[in-house]
Design a protein around this ligand. Sequence first.
Ligand code: HEC
Length: 144
Amino acid sequence: MKHNIRFARILVAAAVLGLGLLVAMQASAKTISAEDWAERLKPAGELCLQGMDCGGVAAPVVVGPKSADQVYNSVCMACHDTGAAGAPKRGDAAAWAPRITQGMATLYDHSLTGIRGMPAKGGNPNLSDDEVKSAVDYIVEASR
Ligand code: HEC
């Protein structure tokens, strides 16, 4: 009886060892790339990882906040380059002097919430507060 139990234990130990070896061998035989995974998972739905080319549409790369000149050139310049709607032009020190004396806090506030012909956030609510403020700095720096 005792003998049988010991034998069974050896058998189990050998089986576990063998299985472990097999798994280890398989794992080292093939390292799986992101593309392989995507291919294998395809039936479960399209998997598009960052940086992969997914049917011509590149996966979106997460971008950080827009820089001040990017914000200015994509939104603010429409009025502040041309003077449209009576906007004070960037670089026009005479037009900006009385506005700058209000203090930056007021300029930020008016840019975020809007004032008269100046729409809130220049009309682009997708801009973060910090992006708008950096664009104000950008305009003011060039207009002193
Ligand atoms: C649709 C046109 C338009 C766009 C776009 C626009 N502005 Fe203006 N902005 C104006 C006008 C008009 C004024 C003058 C408002 C007034 O005082 O009557 C103004 C005034 C300002 C002022 C001065 C506010 C004050 O208190 O004197 C700041 C600062 C300013 N804009 C920043 C920005 C920034 C930053 C952007 C881009 C994110 C932007 N503007 C986009 C039209 C625009």
